[in-house]
Design a protein around this ligand. Sequence first.
Ligand code: GLU
Length: 445
Amino acid sequence: MDARLEAVRDTVLARNPGEAEFHQAVVEVFESLGPVHDRHPEFLEAAILERLCEPERQIIFRVPWTDDSGRVQINRGFRVEFNSALGPYKGGLRFHPSVYLGIVKFLGFEQIFKNALTGMPIGGGKGGSDFDPSGRSDAEVMRFCQSFMTELYRHIGEYTDVPAGDIGVGGREIGYLFGQYKRITNRYESGVLTGKGISWGGSLVRPEATGFGTVIFTEEMLKTRGSSFDGQRVVVSGSGNVAINAIAKAQALGAAVVACSDSSGYVVDEAGIDVGLLRQVKEVERGRLKDYVLRRSGVSYVEAGSVWDVDATVALPCATQNELDGGAAARLVRNGLLAVGEGANMPSTREAVAVFQEAGVLFGPGKAANAGGVATSALEMQQNASRDSWSFEHTEQRLTDIMVGIHDRCASTADEYGEPGNYVLGANIGGFVKVADAMLAQGLI
Ligand code: GLU
């Protein structure tokens, strides 16, 4: 790494002790940025990197609620408003027991670059809670969401900060959060949250957008090698919203998706995952992958194993951070892997990324490949602002254009900096330069 950047990196790591995921995200971006600073010494003079790594505002709050047996429960809520150079803070809320400040900051940091790459006017932020929604009743989830919003509402707004979903936060949670915001503020401010239901200000294609977008981005990478999804053997990790829609889109493009997973194990379905059944089990019944296996013949279920043991030509990690390590990457490469499209945020460890890049595997990092979700959130904001709603076809076309645009921007930036095919470099530099230019223009704030 460039010596000037090393010094900044060391300061950032020392100022943020114990936040391993945030460190990982920062180091990965810094490793790409040496050549940018050779060309733009003004970024160094204005301490753009130091400022970029320090969130504009960090909010941590108590979330008290009562469970169905009347017991008081306390969780911790977070919202990190990271960077507003390009627009209001934008990014999801994650409800998962693993959530702590380091996770929220890594996600918020990634979101800055991702949102810049979409070309939409959105800054970067992220939030969430260590609340575990699994096994909780609808009424418990509602009480938790209402309590969470009773603190969060004062910090957000359509021109300030616009949360959405992430792991553990889907349409149900956004509904409860929106209802409470409306009740407290007495404003029907549709643009304050995205991922809303279609009848009350949501956008068509938003539920599908992250998974669809990941596949569209990966298809563009495959095209650069004269290939496509048609006939590929695909393995997807996860079985939530992103995974399900990635499976659906890959199959629509002619791929065979033969495996997916949850935190208990993975399923191999050589006939191709039945997306209708998977949606029923996971989205309607809120069940586990085991329930899919019980209702479909000819499939095998591997408890506690790694889905990356299944050979594939295309891998789409759509579960969570650091789910694919160097060993798994090496196995996938040995088994004939061509491409990886990250549907989750930072699912590949730094070792795994190095293995893919050394082997010449096409590698689309999450901040580029999974940007379709937040991009479609920005389209939802656009519809809300104009009090309009667009057709599925029109919205999907906008999503496709945005994903192709992100791909081309990453590819041309990598070319420009002398590393053709390096989408990590292209995404980091492409996103950074846009934000850095805006920060420079807006003065020392
Ligand atoms: N949580 C999603 C992401 O990681 C979407 C955020 C949004 O729509 O604001 O990008």
